[in-house]
Design a protein around this ligand. Sequence first.
Ligand code: MG
Length: 261
Amino acid sequence: MKLRFLLFYLCAILACVPGWAQTRRTQTVAHRGEWRSEGSAQNSRTSLQRALDLGIFGSEIDVWLTTDGHIMVNHDATFKGVSMQDTTFAACKRVRLDNGERMPELKDLLKILKRSKSATRLIVEVKPHRDPQRSRDCATAAVKAIRKRGLEQRVMYISFSIEACETIHAIAPEAEVAYLCGNRTDHTIEELHRMGLTGIDYHISQFKEHPEWVEEAHRLGMNVNVWTVDNPDDMRAMQALGVDYITTNEPAMCDSIICRP
Ligand code: MG
């Protein structure tokens, strides 16, 4: 166990040495944007703007479809008493985030992305709705909104809903889509690959238990994202394992740890 830990460290150090750089570089994704700094909040306009300003690989958001077809950005199924999938746009937009901003729609954040010259990509998580058809509808609406603004190349998709992942792949075959998984694997990596998905996005505990999954996904040409990694030792260990993206609530720290070129 101790030897394994030392090997992780050795790989991380070698990855920083010119000439030893990994062909697949680990990059940082801000979980719900850069929200821990003063004046920011999860899934807010500010958190996206601050992630864009950091110039990291990506900034993640969560999206729900309201009963009247608007795509709202928020993590929780119920936020400040409002059940995201059971309510209207009017009710959602009355909700204030912890930094005082009104809850954004996806299109508000797409406007910020479009305006920005940052290379940071938007990682859109389609939340799993109670009715799988609503997850499909949310996925479809998100793809349309992104396509309408010509932002296809600057967006990637993730979802715990396999229906949402399949829908995105069906209507946007060029899109990068990763399946999210917490503590179980209801689909093998090979199955996900056969469905046309381009990545896996698993909780760190899964890669600690199954480090071989990183190589398996890479062999199939898929990307590997790990969540949610806020501890520096875990960041180094995941980089040493060769994951492509580390999703973290500490994006600035993570980016400095994993050796930007
Ligand atoms: Mg999320």
